[in-house]
Design a binder for this molecule. Structure first.
Ligand code: SF4
Length: 359
């Protein structure tokens, strides 16, 4: 998966990622505003400003999304979710300066300025001096005590995904600790650095704890240096079965499924087909299921033909593919295969089947 992600193959746009980026950017906007022309005790300004920033970022993300050829459907109704996430982030910022229970409407200019006074950096790039490791820093804050004395730095990573039950997942701990380690390696005289995951879903901050991880990260960097041949594949339920975006270029999931007898057996299945007939108007057609003929993923027709129906973004993606003159096997990701007629809808990948051999 990692190796394929480094081969300049077409990337897939996703609603969750676009939504997260828009929320991140809107919070970063709010942390870089200039409020000098407003009265310190002014209230009622924050909700509108926050929504305007979010709207602007939302529209930007929508445009990027629609200009990405490999994309599902844009879900306008997720706007409410984005607003909720932004509210969660604002709540954490207010609590960070001790303003628990203060609503955005009641937030004074002076209060927001006290948040701004704690900001050291927003949306920075963390990079080791040898250029090997990098991370994107969302927010770096000054940690101050009641007397206003600097106690340390806080690296805050805004998280718009699902919040952890109790503790951060090990991979998130590791990511946050790596930010701390990169920061410390570049700033040997830094005060104590804490890293926190700020989860917008439940407006809760989680602190990452643990020793240095930078040596392990450098080891991993060595092992994942781009190589001319793919890294060893590890097909399985938790890798291919989940959210691998690179199946159209990987022969391994296909052979793995054939060998364990699960090819096309789930309600939503990945498959490689030959399209024998397609009606451009109503999106229906006849597909022939293929099976892998060898380890390299050469497609072999099985003679099994099934009615298939393309709609929405799935139909558009097929039409775009056919308009390039493509003939031959087509990879369909996550088609609904539990009915007599397979359905390829807005959530599906429709790509030319082009497996990259290991050798
Ligand atoms: S389909 Fe499976 S084996 Fe292939 S790259 Fe993705 S996760 Fe790895």
């Amino acid at each position: 998966m990692y190796w394929l992600s480094r081969q300049k193959l077409p990337r897939k746009a996703g609603m969750a990622a676009s939504l997260g980026t828009a929320v991140h950017a809107s919070i970063e906007d709010l942390l870089q505003i200039d409020l000098t022309n407003r009265k310190p005790d002014q209230t009622h300004w924050l909700p509108e400003m926050a929504e305007n920033f979010l709207k602007q970022r939302w529209e930007e993300e929508k445009e990027i999304f629609h200009s990405t050829p490999r994309r599902p459907m844009w879900k306008e109704k997720e706007w409410d979710k984005a607003k909720k996430m932004q509210r969660g982030a604002i709540k954490m910022l207010l609590e960070f300066v001790g303003a628990n229970g203060v609503t955005p409407l009641k937030t004074t200019v002076a209060l927001w300025n006290s948040i701004l006074s704690r900001v050291i950096a927003v949306e920075g790039e963390l990079r080791t001096k040898d250029n090997r490791l990098m991370g994107r820093l969302d927010m770096l804050f000054a940690d101050v005590d009641n007397q206003g004395q600097l106690q340390g730095w806080i690296v805050a990573d805004l998280k718009t995904g699902r919040a952890p039950n109790e503790e951060l997942k090990p991979e998130v701990q590791r990511q946050l600790l790596l930010y701390r380690d990169i920061l410390l390696s570049n700033n040997p005289n830094a005060p104590p650095v804490k890293t926190e995951g700020w989860y917008t879903a439940n407006a809760t901050r989680y602190t990452a704890t643990g020793g240095p991880v930078i040596d392990d990260a450098l080891k991993a960097w060595e092992e994942t240096k781009p190589s001319p041949t793919p890294l060893k594949a590890t097909p399985g339920q938790s890798s291919c079965g989940g959210f691998c975006d690179w199946k159209a270029w990987c022969p391994h999931w296909w052979n793995w499924r054939l060998e364990n007898g699960t090819l096309g057996s789930e309600d939503f299945s990945d498959s490689v087909i030959l399209l024998h007939h397609f009606d451009d108007n109503n999106g229906t057609g006849i597909a022939e299921i293929c099976e892998p003929a060898n380890a390299e993923g050469r497609a072999m027709p099985t003679g099994i033909q099934i009615p298939i129906s393309f709609d929405g973004r799935g139909k558009e993606a097929l039409q775009e593919l056919l308009s390039t003159g493509h003939q031959g096997p087509i990879f369909i990701g996550s088609a609904m295969t539990n009915r007599d007629t397979w359905r390829v809808g807005h959530w599906c990948d429709v790509l030319p089947w082009s497996p990259i051999p290991d050798a």
